[in-house]
Design a protein. Structure first.
Length: 191
């Protein structure tokens, strides 16, 4: 079973993080056991994709989820920048793309760049959010991370997810390429 984190007794701490941009300490989270690991359930597959049609389907999901979940909180310049990347075959060619499949339906997708050390995209279909799909994709991406350190430019709506996974804020909410993001870093400690 995987460990996830709940919001118990963290309301005050979380509002401090949101309002001041301070790093939330790991002990603020109370570990709880989640259901089963999504990627280990029957008909669920989490893996890298290489076929053109699989990549196109993953990018289509990313566009759909971005427009529904992130774009409403972004200025038009940020939306244009992000959609420009998602429509740029050259940029997409630089990415390593992963999907979480539920049978033949894409439940979520992730993409890394910079030799796997930067998480460029992580998008989960609305019907699959809060079911462990993001965690399964993140864990799969980490297996291919050669440096045991990963960065992400987290959208405001995703910052809480990344904090729960062990990322730390490198800065507060800033504007980069017209997008509001929080730069974050994850460092895996090998045992």
């Amino acid at each position: 079973m995987m460990t996830d984190y709940c919001d118990m007794n963290c309301d005050e701490c979380r509002s401090t993080v949101c309002q001041t941009g301070k790093i939330l300490e790991a002990e603020c989270y109370e570990p709880v056991k989640s259901a089963e690991n999504w990627g280990e359930l029957p008909n669920h597959v989490v893996d890298e994709v290489v076929e053109d049609h699989e990549i196109a389907a993953a990018v289509a999901l990313a566009k759909k989820v971005y427009m529904a979940d992130e774009a409403p909180d972004q200025p038009q310049a940020g939306i244009d920048y992000c959609m420009g990347q998602m429509n740029d075959p050259e940029y997409i060619g630089l990415l390593r793309i992963y999907t979480a499949m539920d049978g033949d339906r894409i439940a979520g997708m992730a993409a890394t760049r910079s030799s796997g050390t930067h998480l460029a995209w992580l998008y989960i279909d609305g019907a699959y959010q809060k079911q462990g799909v993001g965690t399964a994709l993140f864990e799969r991406v980490l297996r291919d991370d050669p440096m045991n350190q990963m960065t992400v430019q987290a959208a405001p709506s995703a910052t809480g997810f990344y904090l729960k996974k062990g990322f730390l804020k490198k800065d507060g909410l800033i504007e980069v390429d017209g997008q509001y993001i929080t730069p974050m870093v994850y460092k895996r400690i090998k045992k």
